[in-house]
Every structure is written in structure tokens, then in C-alpha cells.
Design a protein around this ligand. Structure first.
Ligand code: C2E
Ligand code: CA
Ligand code: CA
Length: 760
């Protein structure tokens, strides 16, 4: 019996030492208080074991050992209390009570040590248990020992109270932890009380100290409630954003979490849905030998496409038998849609929904690399789109662009691609068989009819390039279609133009003109040539000033080449200002020389009114040079009058006020202009012979000419006819009462020197 007790105590001590060494290495909460408590339990157990092992002939030593054992119980309960406070997180003692407890334990400890000599707390004597045939130390307690008991029980009671308090407060799954420690502590106390009540030979409660310490070590540092884990696991699964269908080994759905229920909400019974998708997906994943496989899928839920990632997981036992499986469904719809939206944004024009410039290039390359039929590159552009935005606002501008996008992509097929390249420039690559010119024109008309009110005339241009070499750079093809447009820009009669090789030549020439223009003005390469104007009595009365570009390399360049280019580029006013000034200067010179008999007619381009204040320019000339304004006649083409009558009339009034005479140039060559004469305050009518030359019905033309002249007579306007080449023409014009003539019949345009020599 005695030996078994000693062996048991040694065994428990070893167990405690092992557990405290292992526990010291764990990084967990409460470790410190647990480790302290166990070391204290080790100390107490060792003390007790040593005490009972002391041989009977050493009562002094036994008394000392018993004293140390008693004092160790003081500290054991103190550490039990500290552990309980730490473990329950109930902070029971502030510094002062803590100090008092420590002080009491200290005093008690000293008292036990002193007891070796004073024997005031207890005495030890050898006793023998006859039946067992052993001798043991019998401890005779004295009354002061009661103080130690009270102290120890009070501290244990306090520890039990806070453990109980915690036990009541914590959720059910944690109650085990506390109740187990509580019960064990109670049993230790119970046994201790029992041992002293029956005056047992040994304090058997020491055995329970050790087991309590080991159990505390396990509960506090290792044990976590299984239910908690289950609860956490199931909560994670239930609340997961990844949907989950779980199936048993027969394929029956045994669970569906919140995420799948949300995904399939409104689609019917979730278990039926689970069954439907298992039947579909299991088959697809079956061939894969891995236990966990996944793939992208799209499904339709409530009529809407959903992008999901499905993983399939098989559960097998150790022998490889099927336990069940699950599908994890990650709903990626939002992310995929966002990605697609961003992709769309990066590749498309957001206003019209057509492709953007870069993507167009890639697509054209792709289509042409697989092309089995001939293609057109088609471009469209609105005349003066900037003006539309300014006049009608950008909302109308946007509407127009959207309509234009629809127009250009209307003939689209699988093998075509359309894009908004820049601003109002659109382009489409279309198989030739899909291009019907009349359809395009019809579509354009519909947009025009969509209606922009006021005097603004909406006009579209379409440029078509017939792709000969599919390997040509895409932007070269596009440029060629734009060149086709540029060749008809400003021409309201034409909407569609096809690229021809000559266009390139023409455009190169235009570029050259524009590149050289500024330098040519500076270097005075432009010269004023004069073509005489003859009155019906045969006298030269004046001349028309016509510009000639005497190019250092090309020689004389006729205005037909560079004037339209300068007009298109908005530069003609620079040249005209130069010509007008040359004419004014010459008139001043003639005046000074007393040769005031000739007038000079200068040309005013329609575009001059757009870029400069024409009135102001002529006012300045009249101030700067000394000449008779009646001698500087201003030629304005009839087509200019047709375009913007009101603005022009104001300008003409201004010029009249300055005293200048206005000639209507090219009368009869273009628009029906008779009606206009009543509104326009012009002084001289200049009839173009061209319309006489080009007609098949000469009789009709001569009748018209005759009437124009007689009408202008009635209006009091002198008439000059230009382009007169033959004597017959002169005779006829004389007959019908024409006042003046200009034409090769009399003289070609000539240099100033030649003019002055001939007529000076
Ligand atoms: P325009 O104002 O109608 O000028 C008359 C054109 O008819 C001149 O051509 C002249 O050489 C040509 N011409 C004169 N008599 C005859 C004839 O009997 N038969 C034929 N076939 N032609 C005749 P040019 O000098 O080549 O000028 C062409 C056009 O260039 C002018 O037509 C005018 O619109 C423009 N232009 C010329 N100089 C200037 C200028 O300084 N400023 C502006 N804005 N335009 C100018
Ligand atoms: Ca003229
Ligand atoms: Ca003319």
C-alpha cells in the first residue's frame, strides 16, 4: 500500500514534469499561469513524497519536510487562484488584496518553517499501522494550524466561485472546460477534508493534485470543444460566398448552402436543382482522375446568363471507397461582366458602340488575311461637323454621329467590320457584294431628313477604296478612302466618290502648293497679269487682274491649279489681299502718271468673306493708296451669291458705301440667278461665254443671252461678256447691246509690262 502510493506519486510527478516541459513550448494563451501551477503541483507532490519517505529515526527532518509540504500547499492554492483568474478572465484581485494574499501565504510559510523548532502548528510522530506492518509519520495538528486551513480553503473557495461564475456565463459548448476543472478541484478539496476528518495515515488528496494539474494542462492548453469546431465549420460553409452542393455516396443531395440558394433563387426546389446539375456536371468531370477538378461554366438562371467556376470534389475513405462528393460553385458573374465591360470599353467607341480605331485595325487585318472575296474600305464624313456642334449643340451632334454609325454599319455582314475612327470619321470594311451605292445614299437621305432646322445644309460624304492589295497597311487603305472624300469636299452635288490613282497625284500636288505657298508670297512669286476689257466702241477701258504663279522651277502655273487648293485650305484671302493691294498700288501709280483712263477688276473669292472682313480690307486700301475707288471693280462670283445671300448683301452694301462698283462674275454659268438680281445691289453684270459654248441648243442659249442683256439694260446695269473668242461672237454681242468685252479674241491675260507697253 505504502509502496504503491510512493510509486504512484513518483509516476504522477514524472507525468507532470513531462507535461509542463511540453506545455512550456506551446505558444498559447494562459500558458504562463498553467506552467506556474503545474510546477507548484510538482513541488508540492515532491515535498509530500519526500516527507512520507523520511525514515522514522529522523523526526526533526520529518517535521521540517512536513512544514515545507504545508507551506507548498499555501502556494499551490495561490497559484490555483491565479490560474483560475487568468483562465476565466475574471480579474478578481487588485494589487492590494493580491499583496495581502501573498503576505498571508508568506507568513504562513515562515510559520511552517519555524514550526520545525517551535512545534506550534503541528508535531510529527512515528506511528505504526499494525495490520499493515508499516510505520508512518503521524501529523498531530495544533490549534494555530486552523489559520492555515482557513487561509487555504478561503483561497480555494474563491477560485471555485470564479470558476462557477464563468461556468454560468459561458455558452454551452464551453461549459465542459470549466465544469471539469471545477469538479476536479472540488474533489481534491473533498478528499483533503475527508482525509483529515478520518485522520487518515496519508493525505490522498495529493494524488488528485497531480491529476488535476495534468488535466488543467490539457484542458487549458490543448482541448478545444468539438462542437465548436463543428459549429465553426458549418457556419463557414453556410456563410461562404462559394456555393456548395453536397451529395452522399448514392448521389443524393444532402446539403446546399446559402450561396447556392441565392444563386438559384426563384428557380424552384434547390434539391431538384442540385440533382439536375449533378447529372450534368458529374459526367463532364468523371474522366478526370484527380479528386478535385474545376472549370469555367455559364448557366442560365432566371433567364440571365451567369458565369460560374465549378469545382468537383470526391470524398473517399482510406480504402478508396466513395463517401460522397460536392460541387463548389463560385459565382463570377459580376467580375466577368465587369471584365467584359472593360474589354468593351477598351475596344469600342462608347458613344456609337462601334469598334474603336485600334481594334478596327486588328479586325481589318484579321478579316483580310482570311479574305476569299474582294473588299471595299469605305469612309464617311459629315461636311462641317464642327459647325453642327456649334450651331445645334453637342447633343444633336451626338445624335447625328449615332445615326451615321448606324448608316455605315447597316450593310454589315459576318465578314465586315465598322468603326468610329475619329470625331465624325467612320469607316467600314465591307465585301464588295454587300455594297449597294443607292442604299447608302438612301440611308444618308434618311438622316438628312431627320432634320436640322435653319439654313444649315447637312451633307455627307462617302469615300470608297477598292482594295487591290490586302497586305497594304490598313491606314493607307483608310487614307485612300478619305482622299476620295477630299476630292469632292465642298461639292454639294456629290456624295460618293471612289478612289482613283490620279487622286493621289492630285493630292500630292495640293500638298506641294500648300507647302510652298507662304514662301511664294514672301518671295513675290505671284504676279498680277492683266486681260484687257474693251468697250463696244473699240476702246480699252480697263483690265481684269488675274494671278499667275511664276514658280522658280515649274515656270508659270495657272490659277486653276492652286486657287481651289488655297480655297479649300482657307488660305485664298492671303493671296487676294496681295492681289487687291497690287491693283490699288498700280491705280495710284497710273493716277500719279496722269493715266487714269483704265479701271482694274479684281476677284473676290467666296471664302474671303469667311476668313476676313472684306469691307475693312478695301476701306484700308482706299485710305492707304491714292486712287479713284470707281476704278477698282470688285468681281464676285454668282455662286457665292447663291450660298449665303444675307451676309453677302450686308458686305456688298458696305463696299458700295465705300464707293466701289460690284461686278457679278460668271453670270449664267451656274445657278438660276435671274431672281437674285432684284435683291442684289450689283453694278455690272459679267456674263460667262462658257454657257454659250457648252450647249447643244445654240438657238435657245442666244435667246437667253439676248434677254439677260436686255433685262440688265432695264435694270440700268452695264454688261460685260467674257471668254469672247471669235469675231462672230463679238458681232452677235454688239447686236444684242453688250457694252464691253473680254476674251482671247482681243487679248490674252498679259504681264503688267506687256499691258503698259501695248496700251500705255
Ligand atoms: P475668272 O474670274 O472667270 O477669270 C477669267 C478666266 O477666263 C481667266 O482664267 C482667263 O484667262 C480666262 N479667259 C479669258 N478670256 C478667255 C477666252 O476667250 N477663252 C477662254 N477659254 N478663257 C478665257 P484664269 O486666269 O486661268 O483664271 C481662272 C480663274 O481663277 C478665274 O476665273 C478666277 O475665278 C480665278 N482667279 C484668277 N485670279 C484670281 C485672283 O487673284 N483671286 C481669286 N480669288 N481668284 C482668281
Ligand atoms: Ca473674274
Ligand atoms: Ca469669270
Amino acid at each position: 500500500m505504502f509502496q504503491s502510493l510512493v510509486i504512484l506519486l513518483i509516476f504522477l510527478t514524472v507525468m507532470m514534469v513531462v507535461s509542463v516541459i511540453i506545455a512550456s513550448k506551446r505558444v498559447v494563451k494562459n500558458r504562463k499561469s498553467v506552467v506556474h501551477l503545474i510546477w507548484m503541483a510538482v513541488f508540492t507532490t515532491v515535498c509530500y513524497t519526500v516527507f512520507i519517505l523520511i525514515p522514522p529515526r529522523n523526526p526533526g527532518l520529518a517535521s521540517f519536510a512536513a512544514g515545507v509540504y504545508f507551506l507548498s500547499t499555501d502556494w499551490l492554492v495561490v497559484y490555483l487562484m491565479l490560474f483560475a483568474a487568468d483562465y476565466t478572465e475574471v480579474k478578481p484581485l487588485s494589487r492590494v488584496p493580491r499583496f495581502i494574499v501573498g503576505l498571508l501565504a508568506g507568513v504562513d510559510s515562515i510559520s511552517f518553517v519555524v514550526n520545525t523548532f517551535t512545534h506550534h502548528m503541528f508535531t510529527v510522530e512515528v506511528a505504526s499501522a499494525d495490520k499493515l506492518g508499516i510505520e508512518y509519520w503521524d501529523v498531530q495538528l495544533k490549534s494555530p494550524h486552523i489559520v492555515h486551513r482557513v487561509f487555504v480553503y478561503a483561497i480555494v473557495l474563491y477560485s471555485l466561485v470564479i470558476l462557477l461564475y464563468k461556468l454560468i456565463k459561458v455558452p454551452a459548448i464551453y461549459k465542459n472546460k470549466y465544469s471539469s476543472i471545477l469538479c476536479q478541484t472540488l474533489s481534491v478539496v473533498g478528499l483533503n477534508v475527508l482525509c483529515s476528518a478520518v485522520d487518515a495515515k496519508f493525505d490522498y488528496s495529493v494524488i488528485l493534485y497531480a491529476s488535476l494539474a495534468i488535466s488543467i494542462c490539457y484542458l487549458a492548453l490543448y482541448a478545444s470543444p468539438k462542437k465548436l469546431l463543428e459549429r465553426i465549420n458549418s457556419t463557414i460553409v453556410e456563410d461562404s460566398v462559394i456555393g456548395l452542393f453536397a451529395y452522399d455516396n448514392s448521389g443524393r443531395c444532402v446539403g446546399a448552402n446559402q450561396a447556392v440558394r441565392e444563386l438559384f433563387a426563384g428557380e424552384g426546389d434547390i434539391y431538384e436543382i442540385a440533382e439536375k446539375y449533378r447529372a450534368r456536371w458529374e459526367e463532364e468531370f468523371k474522366d478526370n482522375s484527380s479528386n478535385l477538378v474545376g472549370d469555367e461554366r455559364t448557366i442560365v438562371v432566371n433567364g440571365e446568363k451567369q458565369y460560374i467556376y465549378v469545382s468537383y470534389q470526391r470524398f473517399l475513405d482510406k480504402k478508396g471507397r466513395n463517401l460522397g462528393c460536392c460541387f463548389q460553385i463560385e459565382n463570377r458573374t459580376v467580375v466577368v461582366k465587369k471584365f467584359k465591360e472593360e474589354q468593351f470599353r477598351a475596344t469600342h467607341d462608347m458613344l456609337t458602340g462601334l469598334l474603336n480605331r485600334n481594334t478596327f485595325e486588328e479586325e481589318v487585318r484579321r478579316i483580310l488575311s482570311e479574305a476569299k472575296e474582294p473588299y471595299y474600305m469605305i469612309c464617311s464624313n459629315i461636311q462641317d461637323f464642327k459647325l453642327v456642334n456649334e450651331l445645334f449643340g453637342s447633343k444633336v451632334g451626338d445624335k447625328l454621329l449615332i445615326a451615321q454609325a448606324k448608316m455605315i454599319s447597316r450593310s454589315a455582314s459576318d465578314h465586315s467590320v465598322s468603326a468610329r475612327i475619329y470625331a465624325d470619321k467612320f469607316s467600314t470594311l465591307l465585301p464588295k457584294r454587300c455594297f449597294v451605292e443607292t442604299d447608302f445614299i438612301e440611308n444618308m437621305k434618311q438622316i438628312i431628313d431627320m432634320g436640322l432646322t435653319g439654313s444649315f445644309k447637312l451633307h455627307f460624304y462617302i469615300g470608297v477604296y477598292d482594295i487591290v492589295d490586302v497586305n497594304e497597311p490598313v491606314w493607307t487603305m483608310y487614307d485612300k478612302a478619305i482622299m476620295a472624300i477630299d476630292s469632292i469636299r465642298g461639292n454639294y452635288e456629290q456624295s460618293i466618290s471612289y478612289y482613283k490613282e490620279e487622286l493621289l497625284q492630285h493630292i500630292m500636288e495640293e500638298k506641294e502648293v500648300l507647302n510652298e505657298f507662304d514662301q511664294a508670297i514672301e518671295e513675290k512669286q505671284f504676279h498680277m497679269f492683266l486681260q484687257p476689257q474693251i468697250a463696244n466702241n473699240g476702246n480699252v477701258v480697263g483690265a481684269e487682274a488675274l494671278v499667275r504663279w511664276i514658280h522658280p522651277q515649274k515656270g508659270m502655273v495657272s490659277p486653276g491649279i492652286f486657287i481651289p487648293t488655297l480655297e479649300k485650305a482657307g488660305l485664298i484671302h492671303k493671296l487676294d489681299l496681295y492681289m487687291w493691294e497690287s491693283a490699288a498700288k498700280k491705280l495710284e501709280e497710273w493716277k500719279k502718271e496722269g493715266k487714269e483712263k483704265y479701271s482694274l477688276s479684281v476677284n473676290i473669292s467666296t471664302k474671303d468673306f469667311v476668313y476676313i472682313d472684306v469691307c475693312d480690307a478695301f476701306r484700308t486700301l482706299a485710305q492707304k493708296y491714292d486712287f479713284d475707288v470707281k476704278n477698282l471693280k470688285l468681281e464676285i462670283t454668282e455662286s457665292a451669291l447663291a450660298e449665303n445671300v444675307r451676309e453677302l448683301m450686308t458686305a456688298l452694301d458696305g463696299l458700295h458705301e465705300l464707293g466701289y462698283d460690284i461686278e457679278i462674275d460668271d453670270f449664267g454659268s451656274g445657278y438660276s440667278s435671274l431672281g437674285m438680281l432684284k435683291d442684289i445691289n450689283a453694278d455690272i453684270l459679267k456674263i460667262d461665254m462658257i454657257f454659250l459654248r457648252e450647249t447643244k441648243n445654240v438657238q435657245r442659249s442666244t435667246t437667253i443671252l439676248k434677254n439677260i442683256i436686255s433685262m440688265s439694260k432695264e435694270l440700268g446695269m452695264p454688261v460685260i461678256t467674257e471668254g469672247v473668242e471669235t469675231k462672230e461672237q463679238v458681232d452677235f454681242l454688239m447686236d444684242v447691246g453688250c457694252d464691253m468685252f473680254q476674251g482671247f479674241y482681243f487679248a490674252k491675260p498679259m504681264s503688267l509690262e506687256n499691258f503698259e507697253q501695248a496700251y500705255g
